[in-house]
Design a protein around this ligand. Structure first.
Ligand SMILES: *Cc1c(COP(=O)(O)O)cnc(C)c1O
Length: 389
């Protein structure tokens, strides 16, 4: 049996995604001091490229030492003081998690819940805020548990008309689709390195608007988390470079390299690549009768949540994909456990060759499970969608 550090998988699950060799090379560079002027240049460059990727001028844009959930916790714990009201929109696992974090931070937490697989309509947020005003409204842009894309522009207007701050989970969307922090007036936004940025897990890019920073500066009580206190972390990321905690030096090398790949490709080209490969996969899956979980028009390009066809046992098929083809896809979470698969086409993994590989491997697995479908139909449809050259 191979040890995990020599296995090479094709990572088509909900994250981590395939990591570009350039990023892996960056990880292995010599570790230097976290206060070394050369490392401080790395941090400055990360901030600049994160501002590009988040499409923001926010000065307070940096990478939290921790995974996406640490980004979530950073945003909530800094904006919320005990007793502050927070509204969390829940239509999947990660909205639920945000509500849990809000409660733990002492927020007077309210939630609006809708069916998993659906996106929120702006009126639903307006109604909830009318019933009970909130200081912060939290919402997930790309709900990885259901594959649903949540439009944000109109909701942002409503949130601000109600005097609240908008907090957005962009863990899965950043680097794979449009996340327009300034254009959409998002006040606090967090992401993770291992989804569409295609870096190993370990850092959480975050950004705070001036309005959010103002709220943080005017807090009456200290941030409950010492580690995630932005007022202290900002003194390390600012020109002061005051020691707070030891930055994970090599992870920052990796993130910088991953962000360079984003910049070199260009945001719009990168989003377009995700859409193109999603459409090809979707054409292939549809041709063999596999349906998407999200309501039509709200499917995420980087995370394809689909219903498992009758007769194809969830675990057996995923095991075969992994053992026979080295392909990892995700199972369903929460309400979709055993009912859905989550096929990621994130960052580096969003390629035509991964789509074609996956469709042919899936056809083999479904054939072995005696699932009835027209053999070869997914490949033919994918080829047609890709366009014959
Ligand atoms: C993955 C994910 C998270 C959590 O990130 P971790 O890196 O696992 O801590 C949060 N929100 C969304 C939407 C995610 O997809």
């Amino acid at each position: 049996m191979n040890t995990p550090n020599t296995l090479k998988r094709v990572l088509m699950g909900p994250g981590p995604s395939d990591v570009d060799p350039r990023v892996l090379e960056a990880l292995s560079r010599p570790t230097i001091g976290h206060l070394d002027p050369a490392f401080l240049d790395v941090l400055n460059e990360i901030r600049e490229l994160l501002q590009y990727t988040f499409q923001t001028r926010n000065e307070m844009t940096f990478a939290v030492s921790g995974t996406g959930s640490a980004g979530m916790e950073t945003c909530v714990v800094n904006l919320i003081e005990p007793g502050d009201s927070m509204l969390v929109c829940v239509n999947g696992v990660f909205g639920k998690r945000m509500a849990d974090v809000a409660e733990r931070c002492g927020a007077d937490t309210s939630t609006i819940e809708i069916d998993w697989g659906k996106a929120f309509a702006p009126e639903q947020i307006a109604d909830a805020l009318e019933k009970k005003p909130a200081k912060v409204v939290g919402i997930v842009h790309a709900e990885t548990s259901t594959g649903v894309c949540q439009p944000l522009e109109e909701i942002s207007r409503i949130v601000h008309d109600n005097g609240a701050l908008l907090l957005v989970d962009a863990v899965t969307s950043l680097g794979g689709m449009n996340v327009d922090v300034d254009g959409w007036q998002i006040d606090a936004c967090y992401s993770g390195t291992q989804k569409c940025l295609s870096c190993p897990p370990g850092l959480a890019p975050v950004t705070f608007s001036d309005a959010a920073l103002g709220v943080i500066e005017n807090r009456k009580v200290k941030v409950q988390s010492w580690y995630l206190d932005v007022s202290m972390i900002r003194r390390y990321w600012s020109s002061e470079r005051l020691y707070h905690h030891t930055a994970p030096v090599n992870m920052n090398y990796a993130l910088l390299e991953a962000l360079k790949l984003v910049t070199e490709e260009g945001l719009e080209q990168r989003w377009a690549r995700h859409v193109t490969n999603h459409k090809i996969l979707k054409a292939g899956l549809s041709a063999i009768g596999i349906e998407y979980v999200p309501e039509p028009g709200y499917e995420l390009p980087m995370l394809n949540a689909v219903f498992i066809p009758a007769g194809a046992d969830d675990v057996t098929v995923r095991k075969q994909l992994l053992n026979e083809f080295n392909i990892e896809i995700g199972g369903g979470l929460g309400a979709f456990k055993g009912k859905a698969w989550r096929i990621g086409l994130m960052g580096t993994a969003s390629t035509l060759s991964n789509v074609m590989l996956f469709l042919s491997a899936l056809e083999k697995c479904l054939t072995d499970r005696r699932v009835k479908f027209e053999q070869g139909a997914s490949i033919a449809a994918a080829i047609e969608q890709a366009g014959v050259k």
